[in-house]
Design a protein around this ligand. Structure first.
Ligand code: ADP
Ligand code: MG
Length: 379
């Protein structure tokens, strides 16, 4: 449906978006989640053809957003961060105007405008001037204009920002409704909103995609702390030995606790389930487990970790190291290419010289023959 490849946007020396690639499938709600300044609006503005990228491509339903802009734009409805509303128009005048701009068939216009007003619950407001509407209603008008033309994809930049809790709930409900007929992409800096409304989450930090997937897959992939806290009734030495013998255990510390118990802190390898073996081995030695805590991260922890400056700086460092490596490799390739060309030239010159030498010898020989002939004649 939408394919974004290696998208970058540079402002001066600063990358607002760096090397972003992802695909959007039909019928789902996608959430761009990231702190302020992460690059969400920039990405959306590029995807909708509002601004041009420094590098990379956006393809919508097979249409390039720059080369085939008109067809590509027909597939998208966009509600930018600041809705493009004309304050001195009434709701209906404005939506009629948008329908005309989007070249909706004249016979269809009335139907469509009425339809989107109904879906966004603004029919009663149609004769009001936009400037006199509350922020919540203005946002609904913004949503309605995005829906005109019945685009396959609806892109909403921070659709609930600045709304009160009741309005937020109403807009979220509308977004859920939209899902029935459209693919929806929305951005937000609020984790709970994205987790609640979206099927797929893309976490963006400093213009980079740092993780993506469903809430469950993100939790599964990134949520494990790979640590277990355990209280068992048994001897410290024996318990330590048993734990260390369990497949996947990296390290463990065991301390004596009250009542003949020990407190263990175990760290284990990613993707290994150690609890079954741990249980069995301890039970086989008649050691009872009194408490076992497999602590895991919440989605919030994951989000904070991935969007933390330190984490993103680490990614940036890795990126520049990789870039430097590639540059060095290219320079080396260029050098060896130059060297081989130089070598070829030298060899060619050598060939030419030896050919000249043979020519010279031939000429010399001819000369001697001639001289010999002359001397013979003289004789
Ligand atoms: P978000 O929507 O996630 O809050 P933006 O896409 O608005 O983030 O901004 C991403 C980065 O690009 C920020 O650092 C911002 O300051 C910068 N940026 C955005 N637009 C411009 C611009 N027109 N000129 C210079 N820098 C910009
Ligand atoms: Mg923004």
């Amino acid at each position: 449906m939408i394919r974004v490849s290696n998208l970058s946007k540079k402002y001066g020396d600063h990358y607002a978006v760096k090397n972003l690639s992802f695909e959007i499938d039909k019928g789902k709600v996608y959430g761009f989640l990231g702190p302020n300044g992460a690059g969400k609006s920039t990405t959306m503005n590029i995807m909708t053809g509002y601004i041009a990228a420094t590098e990379g491509d956006v393809e919508i339903d097979g249409h390039d957003i720059l080369k085939d802009a008109e067809e590509a734009k027909k597939c998208i409805g966009y509600l930018p961060e600041i809705p493009p509303l004309y304050q001195d128009m009434t709701v209906k005048e404005y939506l009629d105007f948008v329908a005309e701009l989007k070249k909706v068939d004249k016979k269809e216009r009335k139907n469509q405008v009425e339809g989107v007003m109904k879906k966004t619950f603004i029919t009663d407001m149609q004769r009001r001037l936009i400037k006199n509407l509350s922020k919540g209603y203005k946002q609904r008008v913004g949503l309605a204009q995005a829906m005109i033309g019945n685009p396959d994809v609806i892109i909403l930049d921070e659709p609930t920002v600045g709304l009160d809790p009741k309005q937020i709930i109403e807009i979220r409900e509308l977004i859920r409704e939209l899902k029935k007929d459209h693919t929806v992409i929305l951005s937000s800096h609020i984790l709970s909103e994205v987790a609640e409304v979206c099927d797929e989450i893309m976490i963006i930090a400093k213009g980079r995609m740092v993780a993506s997937g469903t809430a469950e897959s993100l939790l599964k992939e990134l949520g494990s702390n790979n640590t277990i806290e355990l209280t068992a009734k048994g001897n410290k030495k024996e318990v330590t030995e048993i734990i260390k013998s369990v497949n996947g255990v990296k390290s463990c510390t065991v301390d004596n606790a009250s009542g003949g118990c020990v407190e263990c802190f175990i760290s284990y390898n990613n993707d290994v389930e150690i609890r079954d073996e741990l249980n069995k081995k301890l039970a086989a030695k008649n050691i009872s487990i009194y408490r076992l805590l497999n602590d895991s991260k919440s989605l919030e922890d994951i989000f904070l970790e991935l969007t933390d400056d330190a984490y993103v700086e680490k990614i940036e460092k890795e990126e520049s190291a990789k870039e430097a490596e590639e540059k060095a490799k290219k320079a080396e390739e260029k050098k060896s290419k130059k060297k081989s060309i130089a070598q070829e030239i030298v060899e060619e010159l050598k060939d030419d010289e030896s050919e000249e030498e043979t020519d010279d010898t031939a000429a010399e020989n001819a000369e001697t023959e001639e001289n010999e002939e002359i001397s013979k004649e003289e004789e």
